[in-house]
Unconditional design. Structure first.
Length: 169
């Protein structure tokens, strides 16, 4: 806008303060700050797209995981590990999803101590609607060009491998 001073890049602002104070390993901290800032911006856009459907991103990702799974079913412990959220979060999420009619719980076929969350038709329908809304919002990265997306995916795969999220190549 004319007459308004452009706000500085918050990550660059931190970098300048970091270097002024002679704090250690500025590049690694900047990588962390950049990833965290991008994460916040992207998930804010995803949250905005999902809000009209009355679900948050964790619920969406849990239901999507069920939709993509064989037989539309997964153990809550799997969802917790896969989504990287506490087991209590998954339990609360599944309690809500069950009350809404999106999932049902069934006994695990081979482990009497466990149960499975099974996606119901209403949950499958919600996943389709939520995925359409998220896709319309570009999954939070709609303004990013294809070449940058490909580079980002490959770069983050290398980061994930280096920090132990993926096995060595």
């Amino acid at each position: 806008m004319a007459g308004r001073e452009r706000e500085p890049d918050p990550v660059e602002w931190v970098r300048e303060r970091w270097l002024e104070q002679d704090l250690p390993d500025a590049d690694r901290f900047m990588a962390l700050a950049s990833v965290m800032r991008a994460h916040q911006v992207i998930v804010s856009e995803l949250d905005r797209a999902l809000r009209p459907l009355g679900i948050g991103r964790t619920t969406y990702l849990a239901l999507l995981t069920l939709a993509l799974s064989k037989d539309g079913a997964r153990a809550p412990s799997y969802l917790s590990r896969y989504l990287m959220v506490h087991q209590t979060t998954v339990t609360n999420l599944l309690d809500h999803a069950e009350k809404q009619g999106w999932i049902k719980r069934e006994p695990h076929p081979t482990d009497r101590r466990a149960s499975l969350a099974v996606l119901r038709p209403a949950g499958r329908k919600l996943v389709r609607s939520a995925t359409a809304a998220a896709a319309e919002a570009g999954f939070g990265v709609g303004a990013v060009d294809d070449a940058t997306l490909a580079t980002l995916i490959e770069t983050l795969r290398g980061v994930r491998r280096a920090v132990g999220d993926l096995p060595p190549a």
